[in-house]
Ligand binder design. Structure first.
Ligand SMILES: [Fe+2]
Length: 386
């Protein structure tokens, strides 16, 4: 939804005859969100996207919410887990969820996917903590690297090829469209000068995938707690051209320009994306507050109406002790949280931080899953008592 983009060949006028070399018509498809009111793209296929050859049995695919979880701050350590399953979908471990968002980790051992995937209900933001490769989608190829957020709108068929080396992904599923931050956009949708990133930092697919006729192609479609098994007798990557506002794109956390001040700036300055009832924020290396009496560490706060999830990416996080890379801290709404003992005094006089972290703030309570409990640091709730 970032801006208008097009790739390949499209007819001069939408909804008009556009013919293949053999004289047959290309199949036009409108793909968009929120009925006909959200952002959309028009795709031109070699084959009708409706031509399914068979549908297999649905496979249950839903996380189990844990019962009787105490209201407490939580710390989940996931660093030790370098493989969470063989392939992209079986490797997903959902740790936190509510009706607006689901947060998962994913470290597949396989580097190439033997199937394609689409999420029929949710946009996915895949944060690449470790790894690189190519995202292949119906809109074309998109190379990615460590530190990229890959924003993949719902219903787009895609698969990944990961390069050799470790793969560690944080996947944020959003049941409403993921957008850039509204207050940074003007009435025309363009990002304003005070935005911490601009359209120039957003990377859309750059090259279409060459259509290969024949073969059987499986697309696993995630919907309502199942993976539905759709088979096609043609490659779904048969798009010869498309245009519109609806496409996957990449944004690197390394391209987020931090906003700083003389005194401590509140978390919204780190906001990167928004969706209904939650936001995604990026903490990046930055100069600390420069008032002569400034305290760079955050103040205690009770964000009464929001649950706050921090995923630690790299560097020392100055306000927390004992968290690793790939740790999550979960601070539920209704109880205060703040810096660990000693970190406030220790922060005074510090000039800069090298931390990287991704924060997800939800306005409705999050539920931990049974998988999340296996990563739980039981000592964390009492770790301010030192
Ligand atoms: Fe906080």
């Amino acid at each position: 939804m970032a801006y208008y983009h097009k790739l390949g060949n499209i007819p001069h006028k939408r909804h008009t005859q556009f013919r293949q070399p053999d004289g047959s018509l290309y199949a036009e498809q409108l793909v968009g969100t929120l009925g006909f009111s959200g952002v959309a793209s028009l795709l031109y296929h070699v084959n009708p996207p409706t031509r399914i050859s068979r549908i297999g049995e649905p496979v249950p695919f839903a996380p189990k919410v844990a019962d009787n979880v105490k209201l407490a701050p939580h710390h989940l350590r996931t660093l030790q887990l370098t493989e969470t399953g063989p392939d992209y979908l079986s490797a997903r471990k959902t740790l936190l969820l509510n009706n607006d968002v689901a947060i998962s980790i994913c470290s597949p051992s396989e580097r190439k996917m033997s199937y394609s995937y689409k999420n029929a209900q949710a946009d996915e933001v895949v944060f690449v903590h470790e790894g690189s490769g190519v995202l292949y989608s119906q809109m074309g190829k998109l190379e990615f690297n460590e530190g990229d957020y890959l924003v993949i709108p719902r219903t787009i068929i895609h698969h990944f090829h990961f390069a050799d080396g470790p793969v560690r992904l944080l996947i944020i599923e959003s049941f409403s469209p993921v957008e850039t931050v509204r207050r940074y956009r003007n009435q025309f949708g363009q990002l304003l000068e005070h935005s911490p990133y601009s359209e120039r930092d957003l990377r859309p697919p750059h090259e279409l995938i060459e259509y290969q006729p024949g073969g059987e192609h499986l697309v696993q479609i995630k919907k309502e707690g199942f993976l539905h098994q759709y088979y096609y007798d043609f490659s779904p990557y048969d798009v010869v051209g498309w245009d519109g506002y609806f496409y996957p794109y990449a944004f690197s956390i390394y391209d987020f320009e931090p906003i700083t001040g003389r005194v401590h700036q509140p978390p919204p300055v780190h906001q990167t994306f928004e969706a209904h009832n939650f936001v995604i924020c990026s903490f990046v290396p930055r100069l600390f507050d420069y008032h002569p009496l400034a305290i760079p560490a955050p103040y205690n706060h009770s964000n009464v109406d929001s649950d706050e999830v921090l995923y630690y990416v790299d560097g020392d996080f100055m306000s927390r002790k004992g968290v690793d890379r790939a740790s999550f801290t979960v601070h539920p709404g209704g109880i205060p949280h703040g810096p660990h003992p000693g970190t406030v005094e220790a922060s005074i006089g510090k000039k800069e931080t090298k931390e990287y972290a991704v924060m997800i703030d939800t306005f409705k309570p999050l539920h931990l899953t049974e998988d999340a409990l296996t990563f739980m640091d039981e000592k964390y709730p009492m770790s301010w008592k030192e």
